[in-house]
Ligand binder design. Structure first.
Ligand code: SF4
Length: 57
Protein backbone atom coordinates (compact mmCIF):
# COMPACT_ATOMS: atom_id res chain seq x y z
CA UNK A 1 0.00 0.00 0.00
CA UNK A 2 1.04 3.55 -0.70
CA UNK A 3 -0.57 6.91 -1.20
CA UNK A 4 -1.09 8.11 -4.77
CA UNK A 5 -1.43 11.57 -6.32
CA UNK A 6 -4.35 12.13 -8.71
CA UNK A 7 -4.68 14.39 -11.74
CA UNK A 8 -6.09 17.04 -9.38
CA UNK A 9 -2.44 17.87 -8.56
CA UNK A 10 -1.61 21.48 -9.45
CA UNK A 11 2.18 21.00 -9.05
CA UNK A 12 2.41 23.36 -6.05
CA UNK A 13 5.15 21.24 -4.48
CA UNK A 14 3.75 21.42 -0.94
CA UNK A 15 3.75 17.65 -0.45
CA UNK A 16 7.37 17.15 -1.46
CA UNK A 17 8.56 19.07 1.59
CA UNK A 18 6.12 17.33 3.94
CA UNK A 19 7.02 13.70 3.23
CA UNK A 20 9.22 12.37 6.09
CA UNK A 21 10.84 9.74 3.89
CA UNK A 22 11.39 11.82 0.74
CA UNK A 23 9.14 9.62 -1.39
CA UNK A 24 7.61 12.49 -3.41
CA UNK A 25 9.16 14.07 -6.49
CA UNK A 26 8.00 16.20 -9.41
CA UNK A 27 6.77 14.32 -12.48
CA UNK A 28 5.93 15.69 -15.91
CA UNK A 29 2.38 16.87 -15.20
CA UNK A 30 1.96 16.10 -11.49
CA UNK A 31 3.94 15.07 -8.46
CA UNK A 32 4.47 11.36 -7.97
CA UNK A 33 4.96 9.11 -4.92
CA UNK A 34 7.51 6.31 -4.97
CA UNK A 35 5.44 3.37 -3.70
CA UNK A 36 8.57 1.53 -2.56
CA UNK A 37 9.49 4.37 -0.20
CA UNK A 38 6.04 5.50 1.00
CA UNK A 39 5.23 4.41 4.56
CA UNK A 40 1.54 5.39 4.22
CA UNK A 41 1.68 8.02 6.96
CA UNK A 42 -0.83 10.35 5.31
CA UNK A 43 1.13 13.54 6.02
CA UNK A 44 1.12 14.58 2.35
CA UNK A 45 -2.61 14.02 1.97
CA UNK A 46 -3.32 16.34 4.88
CA UNK A 47 -1.00 19.01 3.49
CA UNK A 48 -2.24 18.98 -0.12
CA UNK A 49 -4.29 22.14 -0.87
CA UNK A 50 -5.96 20.42 -3.85
CA UNK A 51 -6.90 17.27 -1.92
CA UNK A 52 -5.22 15.33 -4.72
CA UNK A 53 -3.55 12.70 -2.54
CA UNK A 54 -5.38 9.58 -1.40
CA UNK A 55 -4.59 6.07 -0.12
CA UNK A 56 -4.14 3.59 -2.95
CA UNK A 57 -7.39 1.72 -3.67
FE1 SF4 B 1 5.38 10.39 2.15
FE2 SF4 B 1 3.64 9.75 4.07
FE3 SF4 B 1 2.76 10.76 1.74
FE4 SF4 B 1 3.76 8.29 1.84
S1 SF4 B 1 1.86 8.99 2.86
S2 SF4 B 1 4.24 9.83 0.28
S3 SF4 B 1 5.37 8.50 3.38
S4 SF4 B 1 4.04 11.85 3.28
Amino acid sequence: MAHVISDDCVMCGTCEGECPVGAISAGDSKYVINADECIDCGTCAAACPSEAIHPEE
